[in-house]
Design a protein around this ligand. Structure first.
Ligand SMILES: [Mg+2]
Length: 227
């Protein structure tokens, strides 16, 4: 059985900036920091990693109770922002037909490996009606270091199926160099998709096992992910 671990933002969907706006509103509410994300890169980072970096850059202590408050505001604002009209907000091309094809395929476990917290990831997936496809996941709640998430997802697979997945049957699918790099140390296969901000040649420089411009060629992608 193959375990497929999809990144969310830039791979499955584009929130049209809803995530960024919801975070900035939360920084302003909890710490009074305006335009918190102006200088902080988001792509491929984990949510708690972003929070800690913003606090550090703005000279605030890493106060866990305030970070928990931030999370609550963020979930609240994200629910609101994801529902607004936003240019660019969409499922990435080919995602829905691909998920339908994979969910009907034999010996495939669909999962998530994301820098989102579990609940903010769910908010995004649910908005687009694709939350029901995924049974296994590793999230920023598990570690704020993306590189630690592959073993977490593999352990969840073991708990669900009673056997550990062989590394060559695990696929990490994502749109940034961080997605590819987080798979390499664990010997799993990496699949880059150039539907986020990174161009195909930037992703190729990380030597993913497979690289797609997007996920529109369903049969071709299914062949790779079921192979
Ligand atoms: Mg991404």
């Amino acid at each position: 059985m193959n375990l497929l671990l999809f990144d969310i933002d830039g791979t499955l969907l584009l929130s049209g900036g809803a995530g960024k706006v919801a975070m900035e509103r939360s920084f302003e509410t909890v710490w009074g920091i305006r335009d918190a994300l102006r200088t902080v890169p988001l792509m491929g980072r984990t949510d708690p990693g972003i929070v800690r970096q913003v606090l550090q850059e703005n000279g605030f202590p890493q106060d866990d109770s305030k970070i928990e408050k931030f999370r609550e505001y963020y979930f609240w604002y994200l629910e609101e922002e994801i529902g607004l009209d936003r240019p660019g907000k969409a499922l990435c091309p080919g995602v829905l037909p691909l998920l339908k094809a994979l969910s009907g395929a034999q010996n495939i476990e669909l999962g998530l490996l994301t820098g989102n917290w579990r609940y903010s990831g769910l908010i995004k997936l649910r908005y687009f009606g694709i939350d029901g496809f995924f049974r296994i996941g590793a999230y920023a709640d598990d570690s704020m270091n993306r590189d630690a998430l592959v073993p977490v997802a593999m352990e969840r697979f073991r708990q669900a199926h009673g056997m550990s997945p062989a590394p060559e049957t695990v696929f990490v699918i994502g749109d940034t160099p961080f997605d590819i790099r987080c798979g390499k140390p664990h010997g799993v296969r990496t699949v880059a998709v150039a539907t986020g901000v990174h161009a195909a040649d930037e992703l190729q420089a990380e030597f993913p096992d497979f690289l797609f411009a997007d996920l529109t060629h369903t049969d071709e992608v299914v062949n790779v992910l079921t192979g």
